[in-house]
Design a protein around this ligand. Structure first.
Ligand code: ASP
Length: 581
């Protein structure tokens, strides 16, 4: 028996009990006549004690040699501590060691296994197994487990069935590149790893499994912007015989359940906002609504004066920054520099201070009088003491720029509180999105998303205007879930492929299986997928998904611990029928 208890178990009720513990040597404090060891395992830390009066000299000598992270097993007696430690659950007791065995030595770890470690990110990723011994990482993994279990419990109780779908498949377009796997048995042919189980879950609906879910890995070969992973986990779901409303209700239920179980929060019904409103009010399809600072469009009140920058702009739009009137000239200049950084890309920024005495002081006083500026304040809901920040230009770009500024300022002002949760549904997404570079439309969500009823004709005349039965669940400025009602009619699906630029041969070659299946009584269906990594991170009050993944990859898609990807030898290449260029 390696242990009778864990290092997190023992309390005063165990006093005078003989126990056996195993774990890692966290710390040794040698005071000469008495030695304390903090013994650590996943469950906590237990203080061990040895002293000159009660411990053999031989054992004392052995203990003095113990290095950090040595794995030991001890036998001992639980005793009450003279000076208790209220900060840890085992802080009332200690274990007087009578026997000690070294189970395995450890070389010196490259960083300290402490909550506040001295190890930087790179070194911790290389030795991730040591990093996992630290509380912050360990707790995150345990938190993730809890969320996953609650998801499974809730969905299972609602009648959903978890079905596994294959990883070696044919491409599922979700807007990224596929990872491909060469097939040895079918030389010259390749599997694609699923960007999501999208087509399979639709086939499950045709198969009659009307409530499906799966906690599943998805793979997307895309340039890794900050905080993306090439493999990530979805809570993937699909339902048959449903309308959008049914899906929103089912998954609002799941999200409420998680907020309740994880944080004890009883949520109100989630607000809903159309995509168009989200873009108009927040410049963003995943607005953070924990705070206000909504956009005010100023075209009608700011154009047609002598200020040409505004006159020539498609959109003039501003926000009110609470308390910003007190910013110094230098601070405002810095803010202007911030919006002009290439990452944001604004050309400049007009500002208006709403002074405490009710007057306005702006960077465009030459063109606008107090009455004009009062109108701006009305539109942006600026109060005395606020600062209006106004950007102008092309609508899409200007919205994106102001949205970035809004988020940055909210962060600086402490308005993005990690323990506050503000979910909302964004609905009525456009069906198609114009690729500015190629001039082609592609599916905003994916090619299986159905247009809103009655909008099929519009597809021919004004494709950019067609709205979809597509929705996102947004939490604290992050998209945590997205889905749609699907096309279940073969003809409509064929039309859709045509609009996306597939010839009918291409559509048949790539998606023939789906269109075939639709001939056999496909039920109306729809679904959603949540990004589990991000959901867990946000519920955990953090934003970095890497911290909630046991073995994440770095920004170049590398696993620096196992050193992957790696080259393969010539023999293996030959077997796969591959030749490197
Ligand atoms: N397959 C979609 C995605 O990965 C989700 C869905 O439409 O259910 O975003």
């Amino acid at each position: 028996m390696y242990r009778s208890n864990t290092c997190g178990d023992l309390r005063t009720s165990h006093i005078n009990k003989e126990v056996v513990l195993s774990g890692w040597v966290h710390k040794v404090r040698d005071k000469g006549f008495v030695i304390w060891i903090d013994l650590r395992d996943r469950y906590g830390i237990t203080q061990l004690v040895l002293d000159q009066d009660r411990t053999s000299t031989e054992l004392l000598e052995k203990v003095k040699e113990l290095g950090r992270e040595t794995v030991i097993q001890i036998k001992g007696l639980v005793i009450e501590r003279a000076s208790k430690n209220p900060n840890i659950p085992t802080g009332d007791i200690e274990v007087l060691v009578t026997e000690l065995q070294i189970l395995n030595e450890s070389i010196l770890p490259p960083f300290t296994i402490e909550d506040d470690t001295d190890g930087g990110e790179d070194i911790r990723m290389k030795y991730r197994y040591l990093d996992i011994r630290r509380n912050p990482v360990k707790n995150n993994l345990m938190f993730r487990h809890k969320v996953s279990m609650e998801v499974r419990k809730y969905l299972s109780d609602q009648g959903f069935i978890e079905v596994e779908t294959p990883y070696l498949i044919k491409s599922t377009p979700e807007g990224a590149r596929d990872f491909v796997v060469p097939s040895r048995m079918n030389e010259g042919q390749f599997y694609a790893l699923p960007q999501s189980p999208q087509t399979f879950k639709q086939l499950l609906m045709v198969g009659g499994m009307d409530k499906y879910f799966q906690i599943v890995k998805c793979f997307r070969d895309e340039d890794l912007r900050a905080d993306r992973q090439p493999e990530f986990t979805q809570i993937d779901c699909e339902m048959a015989f449903v309308e959008q409303e049914d899906i929103l209700n089912a998954f609002e239920g799941l999200t409420k359940h998680l907020l309740k179980e994880v944080h004890g929060i009883d949520s109100q019904d989630f607000p809903r906002m159309t995509y168009d409103d989200a873009m108009r009010l927040y410049g963003n399809d995943k607005p953070d609504i924990r705070f206000g600072m909504e956009f005010g469009e100023l075209n009608t009140v700011a154009q047609h004066k002598d200020f040409n920058v505004f006159n020539s702009a498609e959109l003039v739009v501003g926000i009110a920054v609470p308390g910003g009137a007190s910013y110094t000239r230098k601070e405002i200049d810095k803010l202007i520099d911030w919006v002009r950084r290439p990452q944001v890309g604004a050309k400049g920024m007009v500002y208006v201070k709403c002074n405490e005495d009710g007057t306005y002081k702006s960077s465009v006083d030459k063109f606008y009088n107090q009455k004009d500026l009062a109108k701006w304040a009305e539109v942006t809901k600026a109060k005395t003491g606020d600062l209006m920040c106004v950007l102008s230009g092309n609508t899409n770009e200007t919205r994106a720029q102001l949205s970035a500024l809004r988020m940055e300022l909210a962060e600086r002002l402490g308005l993005r509180k990690p323990d506050e949760f503000a979910p909302l549904w964004v609905v009525d997404f456009p069906l198609l999105e114009l690729d500015e570079e190629t001039g082609h439309y592609h599916a905003m969500h994916h090619p299986f998303t159905s247009p809103k009823p009655g909008q099929l004709e519009l597809l021919e005349t004004n494709p950019g205007e067609v709205k979809a039965n597509a929705y996102d669940l947004v939490l604290n400025g992050n998209e945590i879930g997205g889905g749609s009602i699907r096309i279940h009619d073969k003809e409509i699906q064929a039309t859709m492929f045509k609009h996306l630029g597939f010839t009918s041969e291409q559509a048949k070659a790539q998606f023939g299986f789906l269109m075939d299946a639709f001939q056999y009584g496909a039920p109306p269906h729809g679904g959603i997928a949540f990004g589990l990594d991000r959901l867990v991170a946000i519920l955990g009050g953090q934003e970095t998904i890497r911290d909630f993944i046991a073995f994440p990859k770095n920004n170049s898609g590398r696993d620096v611990m196992i050193d992957a990807p790696a080259i393969i030898d010539d023999e293996q290449l030959k077997e796969l029928g591959l030749k490197l260029m």
